[in-house]
Design a binder for this molecule. Structure first.
Ligand code: IPE
Ligand code: IPE
Ligand code: MG
Length: 256
């Protein structure tokens, strides 16, 4: 029988260091309410705020959010341009708050496809927050898992061509060093909201050992409790030490 301080140590030991989320279901959330899809994206921003705040409380080191995939350009032009506008607004409004909370912001994905105004905002936000250490918030924007791996392969090919490395030196470890977020802990929990059970070209390499957690909850309905449920489920899957879900949740959410 473990006592409560042992339980606390066990829970803190087995909580995820890096959580990644496919934030899906904004469009359906809006459609169910007879609203236009963009309303769902706006509502989804509130869920982002809640999850970031929960991640801080729980003490997650990295949080990675899939905001826009490399395939999302195929959506109707009006929706894409609304999403870009929203991205710009959020970047303008939220960065100060992120900085105040000692959060480091990183954008992963091919940002060269975005407007110069968005690219400048991204560069400024990353520069402002780069020394923060409480939490790293990675936003995947124009991101594709296959492109990420192709990009790594290209970097390695260049190194071979310039004679920096030999072909025999190439292995999984080396490739991994060129993949997005190589400087951060491995993703140990991947959550997808919105009811579908697929990866949709999100992190591929990085999910090799991740626990996968799928929920029917639509992204705008995903609140702190839903996020904590996912973390509690991860901790319980990781180690079965006889604590109840409530005990685990209480330990995870006590203010540090
Ligand atoms: C996910 O919600 C958010 C983005 C892709 C930007 P969706 O817009 O895919 O919502 P559904 O899946 O159509 O409900
Ligand atoms: C995945 O959701 C991309 C993001 C959440 C940004 P999608 O709704 O675009 O994925 P599919 O179309 O269901 O695969
Ligand atoms: Mg979707």
């Amino acid at each position: 029988m473990v006592n409560s301080s042992e339980l606390e140590a066990l829970v803190n030991d087995s909580k995820p260091k890096h959580v990644a989320i496919i934030m899906d279901g904004n469009g359906r959330w809006a459609e169910q309410r007879g609203k236009i899809r963009i309303k769902g994206h706006h509502e989804g921003v509130k869920s982002v705020r809640r999850v970031v705040s929960s991640a801080l409380t729980i003490g997650v080191e990295s949080l990675t959010l899939f905001a826009f995939s490399s395939e999302n350009w195929r959506r109707p032009e009006a929706e894409v341009s609304m999403l870009m506008k929203l991205f710009m607004t959020v970047l303008t409004r939220e960065v100060k708050k992120l900085h105040k909370n000692e959060i480091r912001l990183k954008i992963i994905g091919d940002t060269s496809a975005f407007s110069p105004a968005i690219q400048t905002k991204i560069a400024d936000a990353e520069a402002l927050t780069r020394h923060n250490t409480k939490l790293t918030l990675n936003i995947a924007a124009n991101y594709g898992g296959q492109s990420d791996i192709a990009h790594a392969a290209k970097q390695i090919a260049i190194a071979v061509k310039t004679g920096e490395i030999s072909v025999d030196q190439i292995d999984d470890n080396m490739l991994g060093q060129h993949i997005a977020m190589a400087d951060q802990p491995a993703v140990d929990l991947m959550i997808r909201t919105g009811g579908d059970h697929r990866i949709s070209n999100f992190l591929l390499w990085q999910l090799a050992y991740a626990e996968l957690y799928f929920t029917d909850t639509l992204w705008p309905d995903f609140d702190n409790v839903a996020f904590e449920d996912a973390i509690v489920s991860f901790v319980n899957r990781e180690r079965r030490f006889g604590g109840t879900g409530e005990q685990v949740r209480a330990i995870l959410t006590q203010q540090k």
